[in-house]
Design a protein around this ligand. Sequence first.
Ligand code: VGL
Ligand code: ZN
Length: 204
Amino acid sequence: MKALIIVDIQNDFLKGGSLAVPDGNAIIPVINKILPVFDILIYTKDWHPANHKSFASNHKEKNVYDVVDLKGISQVLWPDHCIQNTFGAEFHKDLIISGKNTYYIFKGTDPNVDSYSAFFDNKKIHDTGLNKLLKEKNIDEVYICGLSTDYCVKYTAIDAIELNYNTYIVADATKAVNINPDDYEKSLEELKNIGVKIIFSKNL
Ligand code: VGL
Ligand code: ZN
């Protein structure tokens, strides 16, 4: 059985948002087109409290994109984004949310630790329940798309491999933040090296 994990298609990561991924909107129609191929759909939301430690605004004398140490974990500081119950945290209006076999995963709710992966936070303390859900639904193939290739998509794929899922990235259904211009390519290369398969929507 196949699941599609649709990562963080939220207003703040799209055009006009506080952490807009370059050309992020281009993947929405691609995602909409592939939805019918899957047995179950998992929509994730980055879902931060306003005092989240991944926000530069919650650190003294730090700028956006500075890197700090958060209790032993290296943390990029982001603009405020995806604050719970705000417009920026809502799914983009063009994303199709189909009703059946659809589940939602919220991550990044603990103010003290970021959570790029849809499975666990960056310290692997909090489990979102996604693994249990996939097991209950007899999922053995996990396909991942959405935002962003270099953060939440990447770390979700790393955990999926560690949890022994047959793991795919839909390359034309994901875009990168690209703090460095080649982070998209680097991320896919890194994922390929650990056993993630890179595919294109036309081959689904
Ligand atoms: C993400 C940066 C901060 C993502 C989330 O969805 O990739 N990136 N929070
Ligand atoms: Zn975030």
